[in-house]
Write a protein that binds this ligand. Sequence first.
Ligand SMILES: NC(=O)c1ccc[n+]([C@@H]2O[C@H](COP(=O)([O-])OP(=O)(O)OC[C@H]3O[C@@H](n4cnc5c(N)ncnc54)[C@H](OP(=O)(O)O)[C@@H]3O)[C@@H](O)[C@H]2O)c1
Length: 325
Amino acid sequence: MRAIVHDSYGTAPEDVLRLEEVDKPTIADGEVLVRVRAASVDRGTWHVMAGLPYPIRVAGFGLRKPKYLNPGRSLAGTVEAVGQEVTGFQPGDEVFGICAGSFAEYVALRPDKLASMPSNLSFDQAAAVPISGLTALQAVRDHGAIEAGQKVLIVGASGGVGSFAVQIAKAYGAEVSGVCSTAKVDLVQALGADHVIDYTREDFADGQHRYDVILDIGGNRRLSHLRRVLTPRGRLVIVGGETEGRWLGGTDRQVRAQVLSLFVSQKLGTFVSSENAADLTALGQLIEAGQIKSVIDRTYPLSDVATAIRHLIDGQARGKIVITV
Ligand SMILES: NC(=O)c1ccc[n+]([C@@H]2O[C@H](COP(=O)([O-])OP(=O)(O)OC[C@H]3O[C@@H](n4cnc5c(N)ncnc54)[C@H](OP(=O)(O)O)[C@@H]3O)[C@@H](O)[C@H]2O)c1
């Protein structure tokens, strides 16, 4: 089968990723074989490819070189075969989920990160959902604990996670202000945000407005600036934010937030998304109910994964980038 492979870490996708013929995987008794029809790219894809920040290597992705064949993680496809111990899936089922190595024609995976594909989505649309959608759902529902009528600020509203977070927060009845760059203001408006703040022209932290919940997905603003526009008992959820740091990659701000949270009335925190089938199913229900949808910027063929990752890390993507397999 054809698959993207990388055998060393590197920051430039063009230097480390290659399309190769490799053996089709075989499955163990507890695994499912999926014919991948589409995969998607996210910031985590780049981190797994680059092995940065360094703690990601200790977290199971390989200390000196990549442990997994390729860095793709989100997928949608068709079940080809199931192991003897697998219940709940059978050949022919259309599924979406998270695995190690989704930039390939086939993948063998355990079914605990797999769910039935929403009936109203194409493979491309479904592949855009798993990691970004799960992260957005957990940020809004679990960590932001967003309730109807609350004022919510979403910093990084135009990207992979943000495009889902805006829609999910609206589905939960919040009044949403989305922060993004000029070229993406129209997108965030179309996602349903009540207010859109162009961070190149306006400072959302100037203290003019206060928010019950802030989801900081991409901003890297100082904690003091974010706290200034949070209500006295408000919640700040730091989802991410890219920095050049090879050791901490911006996570120092997340650690400081958690420590500070012990001493102030505001709740300041962060989380690592939990990859699980129950939340994929919950997302599928929101999608089938028409409350959220995938926003796809571009699709690329399997041979162009490096170009797709380059497009993302250059900050060009509006919503998600999908690889058609
Ligand atoms: N905690 C977790 O488990 C988890 C899971 C998934 C992802 N993440 C992290 O979440 C972050 C976002 O991931 P993603 O896939 O959504 O990335 P993405 O698609 O590249 O989106 C990045 C977002 O950040 C915005 N942004 C960039 N610079 C900004 C600035 N100076 N001020 C305000 N907004 C700015 C971008 O807006 P413009 O494009 O309009 O500039 C865009 O909306 C990454 O750091 C990723 O590692 C964390």
